[in-house]
Design a protein around this ligand. Structure first.
Ligand code: F6P
Length: 324
């Protein structure tokens, strides 16, 4: 492998810049030419490709977002788009590609590998929903941002003796909600993987807690369930307690990455380049049982992830609802 391209694809995540920086610097250190591909697969197809020097990634490790920009690219799901992407790689001499993104981005990488471009995926998403890995770039920052925001909502919620529903991101996965549920001491945690849509139970919890003198009631609701505003209206009507919904939204994707995100992303970015230089392709970098490892993309995409049951049990056990 003589020339390695790096791209970020799908939703951005804090720490992506640390991974880009690490890939670029590791590649240059090993004597490889490094190129940055702008705007994900979209930019690849449009040949938005730039040379990357060590200087180009200076002062980026602490920055949120992605300096390479990102996009969700529908064309990459078509055989024509995949062929075009592989042709552009060949035209620019890119014989290795690091793809930082989620499962959708890895599916594209797999197709490129089949078309002869050596590819390695790096898990980058705030959702933590990639089955082969216990860590994804951006989750730590996002969950800390959400936690701090929920603390703030709690202050005003307590002052007004209100019920607050705070909706966090995560697409169809409940990891951000589960972690915030514990970290913020939420009374109710609604996760797509667990919620039985029995709103009456929540209403009963609110009334019972209020009877016991609890001043606020925090409900962390996952985006995969959504509808927080209408839920708030129904809860207020049923309980007579003022209820507000706060949808945290894209603020969870921004901000300077935490130390954990910077360090893990750096190691994963460098690891991806090391794999390409060992002649590996069609791999995805993962963190499993305290180690950095890699999987065949096919195998990685066929794995399933389930919410950690014990963590869920404890999240509920520690909630005030269950305090006798
Ligand atoms: O995958 C990251 C994520 O932020 C999800 O949590 C969310 O469902 C989605 O992306 C939002 O996507 P967009 O930025 O395209 O609205």
């Amino acid at each position: 492998v003589k020339t390695i391209g790096v791209l970020t694809s799908g939703g951005d995540a804090p720490g992506m810049n640390a991974a880009i920086r690490a890939a670029v610097r590791r590649g240059l250190q090993k004597g490889v030419q490094m190129k940055g591909i702008l705007k994900g697969y979209d930019g690849l197809m449009n040949e938005e490709i730039i040379d990357m020097t060590a200087r180009d990634v200076s002062d980026t490790i602490e920055r949120g977002g992605t300096i390479l920009y990102t996009a969700r690219c529908a064309e990459m799901r078509t055989p024509e788009g995949q062929k075009r992407a592989a042709d552009v790689c060949r035209k620019h001499g890119i014989d290795g590609l690091v793809v930082i993104g989620g499962d959708g981005s890895f599916a594209g990488a797999q197709k490129l590998a089949a078309l002869g471009i050596n590819t390695v995926g790096v898990p980058g998403t705030i959702d933590l929903d990639i089955a082969c890995t216990e860590y994804t770039i951006g989750f730590d920052t996002a969950v800390n941002t959400a936690m701090e925001a929920i603390d703030k909502v709690r202050d005003t919620s307590t002052s007004h003796e209100r019920c607050s529903i705070i909706e966090v991101m995560g697409r169809n996965a409940g990891y951000i909600a589960l972690w915030c549920g514990i970290a913020n001491g939420a009374e109710d945690i609604l996760l797509p993987e667990k919620y039985d849509y029995d709103e009456q139970k929540i209403i009963n919890n609110i009334i019972e807690n209020r009877r016991k003198g609890k001043k606020h009631h925090i409900i962390v609701n996952a985006e995969g369930i959504g509808h927080s505003t209408s839920m708030a209206r129904r809860i207020e009507a049923a309980t007579g307690i003022e209820t507000r919904a706060t949808i945290l939204g894209h603020m969870q994707r921004g901000g300077s990455p935490t130390c954990k995100d910077r360090v893990y992303a750096s190691i994963m970015g460098a690891y991806a380049v090391d794999l390409l230089l060992e002649g590996k392709t069609d791999r995805v970098v993962a963190y499993k049982n305290g180690e950095y490892v890699d999987y065949d993309i096919d195998e990685a995409l066929s794995m399933t992830k389930t919410l950690p049951e014990y963590q869920w049990e404890i999240a509920r056990a520690l909630s005030y609802n269950y305090t006798k």
